[in-house]
Design a binder for this molecule. Structure first.
Ligand SMILES: CC(C)(COP(=O)(O)OP(=O)(O)OC[C@H]1O[C@@H](n2cnc3c(N)ncnc32)[C@H](O)[C@@H]1OP(=O)(O)O)[C@@H](O)C(=O)NCCC(=O)NCCS
Length: 169
């Protein structure tokens, strides 16, 4: 499966020209504010290789999202990094968009398609989302997707307790 379509969006596999656009999104201070680890240049540089590598290793991953022909960010699955292993084995459903595209319902629309694909085609029994307790925008997306707050784990990189949200197929 190489793409998913929604009313307004194309979710597709990644192309090399997405890398600079995603790097610009990752560097935006409003984007990095509530992620699971601080954004630095090393993590921005590594991002594209990790996301493409996840697809190659696991056969699924986060989708590149296009709106009106423009790359606008990602939504989809990724296995949790080792420092968040307390979140459990289920893949994380994540979302991250260009701030110029916030407030239009696009994150919810993209993540809904990725969630449905995870449950129907990939037959995953559950997905989680790890959401910073202050990330109210992301909490609203999770709620609209039918995820519910399950528990907290310690994030040793940020030195905080963070929230695990969960949805079952
Ligand atoms: C989290 C993030 C993706 C949410 O983006 P967003 O645009 O606020 O989320 P949505 O696409 O669901 O938009 C929701 C808003 O659009 C509005 N909207 C407009 N048209 C809409 C439509 N057709 N359908 C749904 N909502 C619509 C709604 O009013 C909604 O506001 P509400 O949440 O107050 O109800 C974005 O803030 C982001 O990229 N943050 C940085 C990265 C990040 O933190 N990722 C998550 C880590 S856990």
């Amino acid at each position: 499966m190489d793409e998913l379509r929604t009313e307004r969006l194309l979710l597709r596999r990644w192309r090399p020209d997405d890398e600079p656009a995603m790097a610009a999104i990752n560097r935006h201070p409003d984007v990095g504010r509530y992620l699971n680890r601080p954004v630095d240049e090393a993590s921005v540089d590594a991002f594209y290789g990790l996301i493409v590598g996840h697809w190659e290793t696991h056969g699924f991953g986060a989708w590149a999202v296009e709106h009106e022909g423009d790359f606008v960010g990602f939504a989809g699955l990724a296995y949790v990094p080792p420092f968040l292993a307390d979140a459990g084995p289920a893949p994380e459903l994540g979302w991250r968009l260009d701030p110029r595209k916030w407030g239009m319902g696009l994150a919810t629309e993209a993540a809904t398609a990725a969630r449905d694909d995870a449950f129907a085609r990939l037959e995953l029994p559950e997905v989680i989302s790890i959401i910073h307790p202050l990330n109210t925008r992301s909490q609203r997306v999770a709620t609209k997707l039918g995820l519910t707050l399950d528990r907290q784990i310690h994030n040793p990189v940020l030195g905080i307790s963070t929230d695990i949200w969960r949805a079952r197929a």
